[in-house]
Design a protein around this ligand. Sequence first.
Ligand SMILES: *Cc1c(COP(=O)(O)O)cnc(C)c1O
Length: 461
Amino acid sequence: MSDGADREILEQLRELRAADPPTHGGRVLSYVYDSGRSDLDVLAREAAALFQPVNGLDPTTFTSVAVLERDLVRFVRGALHGDEDVVGSVTSGGTESCLLAVKSARDRSGAARAGLVMPTTAHPAFRKAAAYLGLDLLEVPVEPGGAVDAARFLAVVDEHREDLALAVVSAPSYPTGTLDPIEAIAAGCAERGVDLHVDACVGGLVLPWWPDAPPPWDFRLPGVTSISADLHKYGYTPKGASVVLYRGRERHLAQYFATSSWPGYPVVNPTVLGSRSATALAAAWALTRALGHDGYAELVRRTAEATTRLRSVVERIEGLSVLGTPTGPLLALTSSGEGGVDPFLLVDAVRARGFLLQAQPAFTQPDGSLLPRSAHATLTPVSLDIVDELGGAIAAAADEVRGVAPPQPDLALVAQVAETGLPDRLAGVMATLESLPRDQSPTLLARLLAAVIDPDASAVG
Ligand SMILES: *Cc1c(COP(=O)(O)O)cnc(C)c1O
């Protein structure tokens, strides 16, 4: 192919990217994690390029992969206070880490039909794991502060003790950024001989350096038997890297799939994938080396300062408040008081000012209690550079929508999305999705997304 043709292809890619929201600069407050350091982006890119042709499937053939994986496990284990009894794997992301932790626990439980107990705020990756792996999900409602009550959680553990494979808590949970009472739950689980997974996908590389040291939540607690921590979040590595760690090698081994029952090469897959890219692994290795504990500590300092400053702005805005009691860089903004600020309207008004918050629908828990609508913000080190502008945008948006009646559900709006794409103002669509019975919304959501990527436009609708 000529250079000219290559240039044109790359130009097309650049045009497509130009239509995306900016991945740098702190304007998108979910999905992307910006260290604010372009040197780290360059390092990650070059590391990934070096490993582009490698197949991570077989670390006995590509021995480089084994070295990188070992070093990464050692680094994250150190940050999470694991000793030499703690081992694990690098995976493609948080969902895979969580899925594997559940698989390990299921295969070791021996129960005919294993149960998984978790707070309602646990990440949907566990719901997915239960669905894929055939476990019964036992959900425990959280308290208004966003954390599950330890006694209430342990009561459910007791009730299902015989066939429980795993208990799960979050450090912190995504919807409100709240830490569950992990110390008490870990002690209770240890007493009962129940394995406990701490989902630190989002918090794993933040909480170790968070100011005012949060209460212990990691391998310092003997009752914690596994932890998931994403490198592609607050590790700042390109997407496709997470770590799952286990206390004890037997738990790690139960995650593996191996077989010689076919005429080909002996198969040993530590994770879900077969052939796998080593690019994210190499980038993660490079970034953790470049940053080390001190580098992460400094990035966390910036993130924490941005979070404190944004919180203090939000707390001064009439009709708006921070939901629950977050520890770490995730905030959920919700309406407070009569004639408050509707979070869905707020998200739209903030978007018009150049920042993307994430709308979180109200959620009715199994006990009937309601977690209100909110607007989610994930802060990163770069947020500190724009925190005044962001705070100003939220305050101005709140002034614009304060006292405005919340949007009403309207099925026609959702049908329209399948035909014309997402409208500029999403509040009505979100209110409709929020209002749908929970057994109906999955089908609708799947259809909406499938329509977006359907190569045959005529099949849409
Ligand atoms: C992001 C996240 C996950 C899932 O991770 P992915 O990398 O998106 O697959 C799991 N748990 C929590 C708390 C998360 O924030």
